[in-house]
Design a protein around this ligand. Structure first.
Ligand SMILES: O=C(O)CCC(=O)C(=O)O
Ligand SMILES: [Fe+2]
Length: 218
């Protein structure tokens, strides 16, 4: 990416709170992420509301820690944020049935997030949706929770993030986002890396971490 392209991308990111780059991850890597994520989650038998979300992949397979710390998205995220992202966790999001909705929410107050499509994701199988510019209106949306339904389907700022395998979306954790039910039952998997900080003082950092533990339920 040259300087001019980076400047355009950053302007879009600053305005909308997210930006999608097409064909960012080669198919061999998409396949490897899928294979390894399926491997480490195979024996999980969870029945909680977010049983389709597995955080902490970096602790289960060094391949994911390498991606979280040194994936090629890290330098792009650094350009977009204007500072070094602080790696927090890598996650696998699947959605096999129409009960697995993630309702509108923000992830945290600071940092940046990436989400890589591992399958074709569209409205029918529950792709991500964003509210454009919502990162600039934190107060208005701070009450939203991933486990509580909020209907924003008619919101004028809604953007549907239909993506193909290998496409990546970069977003601010304060940009409101959600994913609907999987209505057509096709495979809908995504890989996410979450980066935090920086927070000025340690007390605030601790407080924010506690908040994130709650709001990061999805
Ligand atoms: O993949 C999903 O359904 C939700 C993703 C999400 O909330 C996130 O990446 O922060
Ligand atoms: Fe989220």
């Amino acid at each position: 990416m040259n300087n001019e392209q980076a400047a355009v991308l950053k302007a879009d990111f600053d305005r909308d709170g997210f930006v999608i780059l097409r064909n960012f991850v080669p198919m061999e890597q998409v396949n490897e992420i899928c294979r390894r994520a399926e491997d480490v989650t195979r024996d999980q038998h969870r029945s909680d509301m977010f049983s389709n979300v597995t955080k902490g992949l970096e602790r289960l397979d060094g391949y994911f820690s390498e991606l979280l710390y040194r994936g090629k998205h890290v330098s792009v995220l650094e350009t977009l944020l204007g500072r070094k992202p602080e790696p927090t966790t890598a996650s696998f999001f699947t959605k096999n049935n129409n009960g697995q909705e993630v309702h509108p929410h923000s992830d945290a107050l600071k940092g940046g997030v990436i989400w890589i499509a591992l399958d074709k994701v569209c409205k029918e199988n529950g792709c991500l949706h964003f509210l454009k510019g919502s990162h600039l209106r934190e107060e208005e949306f701070k009450h939203l929770r991933a486990h509580e339904p909020t209907d924003l389907s008619d919101h004028p700022d809604l953007a549907e993030a239909a993506m193909n395998p290998g496409d990546i979306v970069f977003f601010r954790p304060t940009t409101v986002h959600w994913s609907g039910p999987n209505l057509d039952g096709s495979e809908r998997r995504g890989f996410n890396c979450f980066y935090t900080g920086p927070y000025k003082d340690m007390r605030k950092k601790k407080m924010v971490k506690q908040m994130e533990a709650v709001s990061q339920k999805a």
